[in-house]
Design a protein around this ligand. Structure first.
Ligand SMILES: [Zn+2]
Ligand SMILES: [Zn+2]
Length: 293
């Protein structure tokens, strides 16, 4: 990126998104432009956890039986390359556990199958007004004057079947690591970047032999943490991870005899919150969410 291009990037940014006027930028003199690279590492693991509702887990192997129950696994996309680490399938299922049924007396109607009518508060009668404004008492149209209606909890049977339920939760766990010393992580997050590496599988291996070394170290740390998700309480179905590079330009400038630095990432910008121009208000009209970096 040349000095002229850096200034153009700044002016483009101001024109498109920012509340900052062009005049200060036009007076700004670009002294130097240095390029560097930020790295964005993302990992996602697709997990399944199960628990028994009602505290049925004991020492008799019931935990493993819990995992024998067939639960439909939600679809997840196989073409991760197009949509790398996003599984939009977080979901929870309740599955009845067989042979755990118990018949209980309905707690609401205490076994009678009928409860007090809420319309007439059990009296069977309500107030009505005739065409000349006179009030009179009439039979409640809901309970037909009996004051009691069928219990909705047990449908009038007076009994309830209680059983244990296996609660299965599918969830994608995300982590990431940004390698960039000077610019705000959020900016790198928002940047599109170029794909360096992507892999997916039941298990993935950490990145090795990569410069800067911190990227490989943090890949190892996060892969280790995600592999640890596979334990007696959680099943790890699938892992994906990817590494992207984001070009970052450091621009040194002079404005009104003051020196300063701003950074431009991922130019032309994919997001409006992509540069750290001094004086840019933290409320750009596009997303209302820009922060002065
Ligand atoms: Zn009932
Ligand atoms: Zn009634």
């Amino acid at each position: 990126m040349s000095k002229r291009e850096a200034l153009k990037a700044l002016l483009d940014y101001i024109d498109d998104h920012c509340c900052w006027g062009r005049r200060p930028a036009k007076k700004l003199e670009v002294k130097s432009v240095t390029s560097s690279t930020a790295f964005k590492y993302q990992i996602a693991s697709y997990t399944e956890t199960r628990r028994i509702h009602g505290g049925w887990i004991d020492d008799d192997g019931e935990v493993s039986r819990m995992w024998d129950i067939a639960v439909p696994k939600p679809f997840y996309p196989e073409d991760e390359a197009s949509n790398p680490v996003e599984y939009e399938v977080d979901s929870t299922y309740d599955t009845k556990l067989n042979h755990t049924e118990e018949v209980w007396t309905c707690h609401r109607c205490r076994g009678s199958g009928r409860v007090r009518c809420t319309r007439c508060r059990g009296s069977g009668r309500i107030n009505r007004t005739d065409s000349e404004g006179r009030q009179y008492r009439a039979n409640c149209p809901r309970c037909y004057g009996s004051g009691r209606v069928t219990c909705g909890t047990c449908d009038g049977s007076g009994r309830l079947v209680w059983y244990k339920v296996v609660v299965t939760t599918f969830k994608t766990i995300f982590d990431d690591y940004i390698f960039m010393t000077k610019m705000d992580d959020d900016v790198i997050h928002a940047a599109t970047g170029d794909k360096i590496m992507f892999s997916a599988g039941r298990r993935v291996g950490a990145i090795t032999h990569f410069e800067p070394e911190e990227v490989a170290q943090n890949s190892k740390r996060l892969v280790g943490r995600h592999r640890g998700l596979n334990n007696g309480r959680c099943n790890l179905w699938r892992m994906t991870h990817k590494l992207q590079s984001v070009p970052v330009f450091e621009v040194k400038y002079e404005l009104d005899d003051d020196d300063g630095i701003f950074w431009i990432a991922d130019y032309p910008a994919q997001c409006c919150c992509i540069c750290n121009v001094p004086g840019c208000f933290n409320n750009c009209h596009k997303c209302n969410n820009c922060v002065l970096l």
